[in-house]
Ligand binder design. Structure first.
Ligand code: NAD
Ligand code: FE2
Length: 361
């Protein structure tokens, strides 16, 4: 038997932020970062929601720490809101989710993503950093009640963010498509998200804002796919590497995804070939289809100005080698490994590290 659960009500479109007016918000706790305070988007959210009282936590930084979430939790408890709104990328949404989770008070949670990447607005995940380790919290209670996808928030997206986050979407969709818990329903979202991202990312990267709502929806669909199906080795390693080196999450996925395809091939080659055919790069032969799919990812990575290995991303093979033990340990402990199509062993992680290090590892 298969089951598919979707709790989040999704509002999407140009100006979807206006929906906040109809939500009867009385006490609003807004979680955001300094960028959205400065460019006044936080003010616009408060204006739309027009609550009787509001309180803003605006200290979120990329890869939020457990300590930051604890600080926000105390503030949230003291304010006692009826609604928490997260405005920002995956880091902000995750930080706000963790605050609501730890506060243990009944509130409505609304996510307003400003990147097309994490899919956190519809997932049961929240990733927090503790020391040098990124820990994904996984619990159905973390899934937001509503998500607002407004394309006007994406008009000023820097190119680098389009590229990094775009590869997060591709890796969510691909990992979900081949994951151990994939189902008929998660496959439908995964393949739609993957094909949309693969075809529209170059236009968005080139500055075309008219495709950004479609990419935003693709990001949410990839979130729906992986929260049902699970992720895999690419994300487990992106978490362990991200905790140590603090490179953007999507950029790490871009480096990892083709290398992870190579090691998972024996377990899920048929599904990679299927995804290649859906994406228009297929062939009657599975081997050729898989090669085309991997080449399409490698080509797109280059077109979006992303690094091909960790050395190009600024991590020398020597530095990587010094952290090898911790990377292997943290990867094997990451919950995403549990749904990788191939059981993940010590040597599997080392093999991928060898492939992504750059020369001299
Ligand atoms: N919870 C989940 O399901 C899930 C899934 C994947 C990734 N993640 C996590 O999400 C985080 C990455 O999130 P992200 O990739 O969205 O980036 P992010 O939230 O870390 O933001 C990166 C930077 O982009 C800026 N930014 C955000 N939106 C912008 C906009 N519209 N215009 C200009 N600048 C903007 C932010 O201010 C920030 O400085 C990682 O910690 C990752 O582990 C969570
Ligand atoms: Fe991700």
């Amino acid at each position: 038997m298969e089951s598919f659960y979707c709790r989040t009500k999704i509002y999407s479109g140009t100006g979807a932020l206006g929906q906040l007016q109809h939500m009867g918000i009385r006490r609003l706790f807004l979680v955001t970062d300094p960028y959205f305070m400065e460019n006044k988007t936080a003010d616009a959210v408060i204006r739309q929601a027009s609550p009787e009282a509001h309180c803003i936590f605006h200290k979120v930084t990329p890869d939020p720490s457990v300590e930051l979430a604890a600080e926000g939790t105390a503030m949230l408890r003291a304010f006692a809101p009826d609604t928490v709104v997260a405005l920002g990328g995956g880091s902000t949404i995750d930080c706000a989710k963790a605050m609501v989770y730890f506060a243990e008070t009944p509130v409505r949670f609304i996510a307003i993503p400003t990147t097309s990447g994490s899919g956190s607005e519809v997932t049961d995940f929240a990733v927090l950093t503790h020391g040098q380790t990124k820990h994904p919290l996984v619990d159905p209670k973390l899934r937001p009640e509503a998500a607002i996808l407004d394309s006007t928030l994406l008009e000023q997206l820097p190119k680098k963010l389009v590229a990094d986050c775009g590869f997060d979407v591709l890796s969510h969709a691909m990992e979900a498509f081949v994951a151990a818990n994939a189902s008929y329903f998660t496959d439908a979202f995964a393949k739609e998200a993957f094909t949309t991202a693969l075809s529209l990312l170059p236009a968005s990267y080139g500055g075309r804002t008219d495709v950004r709502l479609q990419l935003h929806a693709a990001s949410t669909m990839a979130g729906l796919a992986f929260t049902g199906a699970g992720l895999g080795l690419c994300h487990a390693m992106a978490h362990s590497l991200g905790g140590i080196f603090h490179l953007p999450h999507g950029r790490l996925n871009a480096i990892l995804l083709p290398a992870v395809m190579d090691v998972n091939l024996h377990a899920c080659g048929g599904k990679y070939a299927k995804l290649a055919r859906f994406s228009g790069v297929g062939s009657a032969s599975d081997t050729v289809a898989i090669r085309n799919l991997k080449n399409a990812l490698v080509r797109l990575r280059k077109e979006l100005g992303l690094p091909k290995d960790l050395k190009e991303a600024g991590i020398s093979p020597r530095t990587l080698y010094q952290h090898e033990g911790q990377i292997v340990h943290d990867t094997l402990a990451d919950p995403c490994c549990a749904t990788n199509p191939l059981p993940v062993e010590d040597y599997t992680v080392r093999k991928v590290l060898g492939a992504i290090a750059g020369n001299g590892y």
